[in-house]
Design a protein around this ligand. Structure first.
Ligand code: COA
Length: 149
């Protein structure tokens, strides 16, 4: 528990239990499939069991989640979602900081991700740079970005 931001009322940490895993998957379904229209079979891509999942907790509820998959010295970061009524409090930014800490702790030297272009400033502000052109994935405009650690 490196980011226990009690002043802002949330905590970022790895998930610990199957119930928390289920809550993280339910949040992803709500955000990506219901809100953004991503097909469930694309959202659940078969890589969850091999990943490291972070969650954001607020008042005992899982209000944020993201996934890190380690491939050699690179981290593939994805599935960043924050519950609609918990947004713009810095929760995603705190999860990106914790991702840096986890990645370094695992000896990784690079984090890569596909950012939705509407939220690009989130990643710009966290030190990510673009590494290619914009493209469409699941009908949503994205850009590949990376951060060297
Ligand atoms: C994108 C998302 C994860 C951001 O979570 P959040 O906790 O609200 O983000 P933060 O509060 O840390 O935002 C930090 C900065 O990111 C940028 N940002 C966040 N949400 C944004 C939005 N909807 N539009 C534009 N910029 C945004 C802003 O620069 C923001 O700073 P500000 O609040 O001072 O303006 C959240 O809106 C979400 O779950 N969206 C739906 C799923 C999604 O798009 N996931 C990201 C895939 S790349």
């Amino acid at each position: 528990m490196r980011h226990a931001d009690t002043t802002l009322g949330f905590e970022i940490r790895r998930l610990r239990t199957e119930d928390e895993f289920d809550a993280a998957l339910a949040l992803r379904h709500e955000v990506f499939c219901v809100e953004q229209g991503v097909p469930p079979n694309e959202e659940r891509d078969g890589r969850d069991r091999g990943g490291l999942h972070l969650i954001a907790l607020q008042d005992g509820d899982v209000v944020g989640t993201c996934r890190l998959v380690f491939v050699g010295s690179t981290v593939q970061f994805s599935r960043l979602a924050v519950k609609r009524d918990a947004r713009r409090q810095g929760i995603a930014s705190a999860m990106l900081r914790e991702t840096d800490a986890e990645s370094r702790a695992h000896g990784a030297n690079r984090i890569v991700l596909h950012a939705q272009t509407y939220a690009r400033s989130l990643y710009d502000r966290a030190g990510y740079v673009p590494r290619g052109r914009e493209f469409v994935e699941a009908d949503i405009e994205h850009i590949a970005m990376e951060k060297l650690l």
